[in-house]
Design a protein around this ligand. Structure first.
Ligand SMILES: NC(=O)c1ccc[n+]([C@@H]2O[C@H](COP(=O)([O-])OP(=O)(O)OC[C@H]3O[C@@H](n4cnc5c(N)ncnc54)[C@H](O)[C@@H]3O)[C@@H](O)[C@H]2O)c1
Length: 333
């Protein structure tokens, strides 16, 4: 297959490595708004760099992976769909609700597969948690606790373009909570705090958030995130049921320390970042995308799923700003 990659930054350069290793990828062509960046990433991998992003659309692709900055997603996605090119697009679909809805409208009218990059759906622990929750083995799940604790904040230039902590970071938790439960959220409470670098507050964002989500069956989910967890990248999901409790993301490398005497777990090297924590999941999601692009399987994560998670983020942002509970129908289109 001839696969294109738009965006060769942090995650794009990692996706490029993964794509190079997938046997179905015969040719990888890379473009970035910064042509030099595309050239360097391509050269290191023996891939081909294109001088302009526009060239991607003229190069007879079997699939396009979009890992460009979030603001560029809607245009790249729509251009690919218009040319009949199957697309994998990193989360979120778009920076705003308005643009997300516009993309959804275009996708619905076309017969071109699109997969959104929520890699936790391909992580062994989250897959096991989903199975445990849905099988009923936990009894009724009264509480879910999800966290995403980043080892360090993103660079100052990234924060104003990210859409904020709820849309950029916690959107992973919102998606996975819907996915593991198969249920929808009805209302949210959320708040945030700024005790870290000034540039985060200056961008109108918060460096730490906490939210309580209520599902349509009464399950409560407590979600928390921070940009300041220097011990390492800590992403977990606890599902607490009337019969049993489980945790995804708790292993020897979890950046957490027990202060109980004699307890050494976890004692491994903490995950330094998202690539080390989710490497196998990122690899699986791109392998599946090639099957999606070949029209062998349905997309495992649609634009509608991307919208659903985005709406929860939208509700949380509003709840934080207006300091009140927000019902999902207030943000629903
Ligand atoms: N799924 C995940 O776990 C995960 C992790 C990190 C980032 N992301 C998402 O991936 C995207 C990129 O994040 P990043 O951390 O790599 O950012 P980054 O800033 O490191 O890289 C973004 C790249 O996009 C390029 N770019 C900007 N506009 C472009 C355009 N129109 N066409 C082509 N390239 C363009 C920039 O030059 C830059 O090289 C974001 O949407 C982010 O939300 C997802």
């Amino acid at each position: 297959m001839r696969i294109g990659l738009a965006g060769a930054g942090l995650i794009g350069s990692f996706h490029a490595q993964t794509l190079r290793q997938l046997p179905a990828v015969e040719e990888l062509v890379i473009a970035d708004a910064n042509a030099e960046r595309a050239r360097q990433v391509a050269e290191a991998l023996g891939a081909k760099a294109l001088p302009r992003v526009d060239d991607l659309f003229e190069s007879k692709l079997d699939g396009l992976v979009i890992a460009a900055a979030t603001a560029a997603h809607p245009e790249l996605l729509v251009r690919a769909i218009e040319r009949g090119i199957p697309v994998f697009c990193e989360k979120p679909v778009a920076p705003t609700l308005h643009e997300t809805l516009a993309v959804l409208e275009r996708v619905q009218g076309a017969r071109v597969p699109v997969q959104i990059g929520f890699q936790r759906r391909f992580d062994a622990g989250y897959i096991a948690a989903r199975e445990a929750i849905r099988s009923g083995r936990l009894g009724w799940v009264h509480t879910l606790r999800a966290c995403t604790l980043d080892e360090a904040p993103p660079p100052p230039e990234y924060v104003p373009t990210s859409g904020g902590i709820f849309r950029d970071c916690s959107i992973h938790d919102f998606d996975i909570l819907r996915w593991v439960t198969g249920r929808e959220i009805v209302h949210v409470h959320a708040t945030g705090a700024n005790r870290g670098d000034d540039y985060i507050r200056a961008a109108g964002d918060v460096d730490t958030m906490a939210a309580i989500l209520t599902f349509d069956d009464g399950t409560l989910a407590v979600v928390s995130a921070t940009m300041y967890n220097a011990k390492g990248y800590d992403v977990r999901l606890e599902a607490l049921g009337s019969k049993d409790d489980i945790c995804a993301g708790l292993d020897e490398r979890t950046p957490l320390r027990s202060v109980e005497p004699g307890v050494r777990f976890p004692s491994g090297t903490p995950y330094p970042g998202f690539i080390e924590r989710f490497r196998p999941a990122y690899q699986r999601e791109l392998a599946v995308f090639l099957d999606v692009a070949a029209r062998q399987v349905e997309s495992p994560c649609s634009v509608a799923d991307g919208l659903a998670a985005f709406l929860v983020a939208e509700a949380c942002e509003r709840a934080r700003r207006e300091r009140r509970m927000v019902r999902m129908e207030e943000v629903a289109p």
